[in-house]
Design a protein around this ligand. Structure first.
Ligand code: FE2
Ligand code: FE2
Length: 457
């Protein structure tokens, strides 16, 4: 394959990279792209999800028992083997529901930024790799949704599932109007004015969507970024304009956010991949969701390589960021620290979002489903013990969160334009204590039980 990174002449004088470093980047992109298209992990994911049948997988653990909803809580200690299996399967469902929401965001931003690189010229292989990754995400999302929903349907029934399906749009529907066109263009022009003075091409992908009126009135997303931006359409749009503004620095900057998502996912998925390998080595039955997690882990390793390169090194090939660009980039990371990384769950060992309301809803439905068969009163009683009182499950989650914090710090440590609060992940470090989680759960639980009691009376 021919050399693909040839920064335009105007950019060469800005680059702080040596020729050797630039060559190394080129090679890494080409190798990653080649290896990614030569691999067949996505095809395997598609095949496995097509033939998935819950009954064939229901008697097996899909991951180590430690990766179960309510693991190490008082309820887990008294749960029967069948109940423990259900908790293990619902851990897979809740995690991949969140991952599929986040990958929907990735699909959008991969295209926004890839078209910026394509417009600059000289980055054809990178654009091809990003388009290929986007295609892969569609298959991942389909598999996660299909399997997760089939499992949840079997375990908590249609009625319970219908309540839960509003998750993906739960807060989106609370008093949120679509972004009016005038606000959209006001935000767009603000971003454009702040970034003026640069010779750059606004993302052709975004322009095309605007021409078709497709981007403008969409609902906010509910993945890691959307939740961190508090489900705010204006905020989501604002960041989109900046990452798609045409500034190559901003296009690379998006990949710090993608890297946070990559590390978050790896923190949960690596253990499932290892569990899968263990079953394979012992010649045991491998449940379909376990195999899908492993192939996904392998697919995502290519994506992580690209996120890392763009977020940590490649931005240096372009003009240095302006104070405004640094501000927007730092704000995005800061919001991720406060949002998706800003809490701790006592019932899901790999969830760090501060608000457990939706998880309470899931647990409440599950405890009344045939597998647990509790009354509403008993369900609320157990929930209070699991969400609002200290138990071992909080410590398991806290340990996983500390590991993730360490990885984030190692990654951001030498990204030179970051504020100290981001470079050292100070917000994430300051949050996520067990005491804060219990206090916040107690407040949320009071609100939740009031709603339930009102509904039942
Ligand atoms: Fe994915
Ligand atoms: Fe990905």
């Amino acid at each position: 394959m021919t050399t693909t990174i040839k920064p335009p002449e105007t950019q060469e004088k800005f680059s702080t990279l040596t020729e050797r470093q630039t060559k190394r980047h080129e090679k890494l992109i080409e190798t990653t792209y080649r290896n990614n298209i030569d691999s067949d992990y996505t095809e395997k994911i598609e095949e496995l999800s097509k033939s998935f049948n819950y009954n064939n997988n229901r008697d097996h653990y899909w991951s180590e028992s430690e990766q179960s909803l309510l693991y190490a809580s008082p309820l887990y200690e008294v749960a029967s083997p069948a109940q423990k299996l259900a908790l293990n399967h619902l851990h897979w469902f809740t995690n991949y529901n969140y991952i599929s929401n986040s990958e929907t965001e990735t699909v959008n931003f991969n295209q926004v930024t890839s078209s910026v690189f394509a417009a600059i010229g000289g980055y054809e292989t990178l654009s091809r790799e990003l388009s290929f990754e986007t295609e892969q995400e569609y298959y991942h999302i389909n598999a996660f949704r299909k399997i997760g929903l089939m499992a949840a349907n079997a375990l908590i029934g249609k009625k319970g599932l219908n309540t839960l399906l509003k998750w993906n749009s739960y807060k989106l529907t609370l008093g949120q109007d679509p972004l009016p066109t005038y606000k959209y263009y006001a935000l767009r022009s603000l971003a454009k004015r702040m970034l003026s003075g640069r010779k750059q091409q606004y993302s052709p992908y975004l322009r095309e969507l605007e021409q078709k009126n497709k981007f403008i009135l969409k609902a906010p997303t509910a993945g890691m970024l959307g939740r961190s931006l508090e489900y705010s359409l204006p905020l989501q749009s604002f960041f989109t304009f900046n990452w798609g503004s045409g500034s190559p620095f901003m296009a690379c900057q998006f990949y710090t956010i993608r890297m946070i998502a990559n590390l978050y996912l790896k923190n949960m998925e690596h253990s499932i991949a290892k569990y899968c390998k263990k079953l394979e080595n012992k010649g045991k039955f491998i449940p379909t969701p376990t195999a899908i997690s492993r192939y996904h882990f392998l697919d995502e390793s290519f994506h992580t390589t690209i996120s890392q390169l763009l977020a940590k090194d490649m931005y240096k090939a372009f003009p240095k960021p302006t104070p405004y660009e640094k501000f927007v980039g730092n704000m995005a990371i800061y919001m991720m620290q406060r949002g998706t990384l800003g809490g701790l769950s006592g019932v899901l060992p790999h969830r760090y979002f501060a608000d457990d309301y939706t998880i309470m809803e899931l647990v409440y439905r599950l405890l009344q489903a045939p597998v647990f068969g509790m009354s509403s009163e008993d369900a609320l009683d157990w929930m209070k013990r699991c969400f609002c009182q200290e138990h071992e499950g909080f410590y398991v989650a806290s340990k996983n969160r500390q590991r993730l914090l360490g990885e984030m710090r190692r990654f951001f440590n030498d990204v030179d334009y970051l504020w100290t609060v981001n470079r050292e992940m100070r917000v994430m470090a300051a949050r996520g204590s067990i005491q804060t989680a219990i206090q916040s759960n107690t407040k949320t639980f009071e609100q939740f039980s009031r709603t339930v009691i009102a509904e039942n009376s």
